[in-house]
Write a protein that binds this ligand. Structure first.
Ligand SMILES: NC(=O)c1ccc[n+]([C@@H]2O[C@H](COP(=O)([O-])OP(=O)(O)OC[C@H]3O[C@@H](n4cnc5c(N)ncnc54)[C@H](O)[C@@H]3O)[C@@H](O)[C@H]2O)c1
Length: 338
């Protein structure tokens, strides 16, 4: 079994953002065509009202090189004040012919990049080409990755409007982006509403546990919002926009903004379609006169698809630690020690 740490995972993915976006796109389409199995994520909470949680995402991707696995990811929002990332994760890949685990790898990097790739893919699919302005609400790791990936799909991007409830986080983000993403000008905004007014393409990646944005009336009909943190908008805001999702059954759970809307309305008619329907040409990119909001619950198949890229790269360059004897010999062969 191969063990891959953060360094090997990052080096397998660095510079391959376009490939990651295409892997995510294929996974969405395969899922839509029934070539995947994606059971609901399992949420582990530690106490009522505790913002900390762990999520297990099992998935099976039945494409030309079938693979199965599980991402086990924790979210501890207080970690950032300790100088640690909010999320930490491990991922196991299993052979689909023997079921045996073939690799274990660090997965917070995979998780962040597959999330950013899905956001960039949605922007490329739903939003008008040639965008020069993007807004980011929540200035943490996820939106930093989103900015990197969105820039690949929108090479004309110049202006970035930032808002974070912690102004120091927005300033840190702006400094890092001017170091690592030359050609972009970041400006901090006074509020989320200001970002919506300043940028037609906005990614929301906060750690809000309940709606804090009551209305999206400030959006123009050509705006696209990537609602990655899923719980920021009140049902009235969700009802007023065109809603595109990754998987309707998945995203209408766990008290997301869409789930709250379904609980109030008693139906899910406010969801137009999954992104895969637009990718395959079965649905139009937009509906006339409404801003579009993409809400991706985050499907385990994306993690598995990106982890497979990591494994292939590690094998091709001989990286990682191979643990011989991790799995036992067959019981027929091994001595019992009795
Ligand atoms: N949908 C998906 O597939 C998916 C995948 C990964 C992460 N996420 C979500 O993305 C979010 C961000 O993750 P991260 O790792 O970047 O977290 P992070 O802790 O690094 O950054 C979050 C930032 O949001 C800011 N923030 C909190 N509340 C805010 C508010 N009301 N308005 C503006 N800013 C606010 C915080 O100050 C912080 O700087 C999390 O909610 C996470 O669950 C979604």
């Amino acid at each position: 079994m191969l063990v891959l740490g953060a360094h090997e995972v990052a080096s397998a993915l660095d510079g391959r953002e376009t490939e990651v976006i295409e892997a995510v796109s294929r996974a969405y389409v395969n899922h839509r065509r029934g070539r995947c199995s994606v059971p609901h994520s399992v949420f582990l909470r530690f106490a009522e009202d505790d913002p900390n949680r762990a999520i297990g995402l099992p998935a099976y991707l039945a494409d030309e090189e079938p693979i199965a696995g599980l991402k086990w990811i924790t979210s501890f929002p207080g970690n950032t004040a300790r100088g640690l990332d909010r999320a930490s994760a491990v991922l196991v890949l299993n052979s689909t012919s023997t079921g045996r685990p073939i690799a274990v790898m660090e997965a917070s990097i995979i998780s962040a990049r597959r999330t950013a790739a899905s956001a960039a893919l949605a922007a490329r699919t739903l939003h008008a080409k040639g965008e020069t302005r993007v807004g980011l609400i929540g200035c943490g790791l996820i939106n930093f990755e989103v900015l990197r990936f969105v820039r690949i799909c929108f090479p004309m991007l110049e202006h970035v409007a930032l808002f974070d409830i912690d102004p120091a986080a927005a300033q840190r983000f702006a400094r890092r982006s001017s170091r690592e993403l030359p050609g972009l000008t970041c400006r901090t905004s006074a509020s989320a509403e200001q970002v919506f007014a300043d940028a037609p393409l906005v990614s929301v990646a906060t750690v809000a546990g309940a709606p804090h944005i009551a209305s999206l009336a400030g959006l123009s009909a050509r705006s696209t919002v990537l609602h990655l943190s899923l719980r920021d908008f009140a049902p009235a805001a969700i009802r007023a926009v065109d809603n595109v999702v990754d998987d309707t059954d998945h995203v209408l759970r766990a008290r997301t903004s869409l789930h709250l809307t379904e609980l109030e309305d008693g139906n899910r008619a406010f969801v137009r379609c999954p992104l895969a329907d637009v990718l395959t040409g079965d649905a139009p990119a937009r509906v006339e006169g409404r801003p579009t909001v993409f809400s991706p619950f985050g499907l385990g198949i994306l993690d598995i698809a990106v982890a497979r890229l990591v494994l292939e790269h590690a094998r091709s360059v001989g990286e990682g630690i191979e643990i011989h004897g991790f799995l036992p010999e067959s019981w027929v062969e091994r001595a019992t020690g009795a």
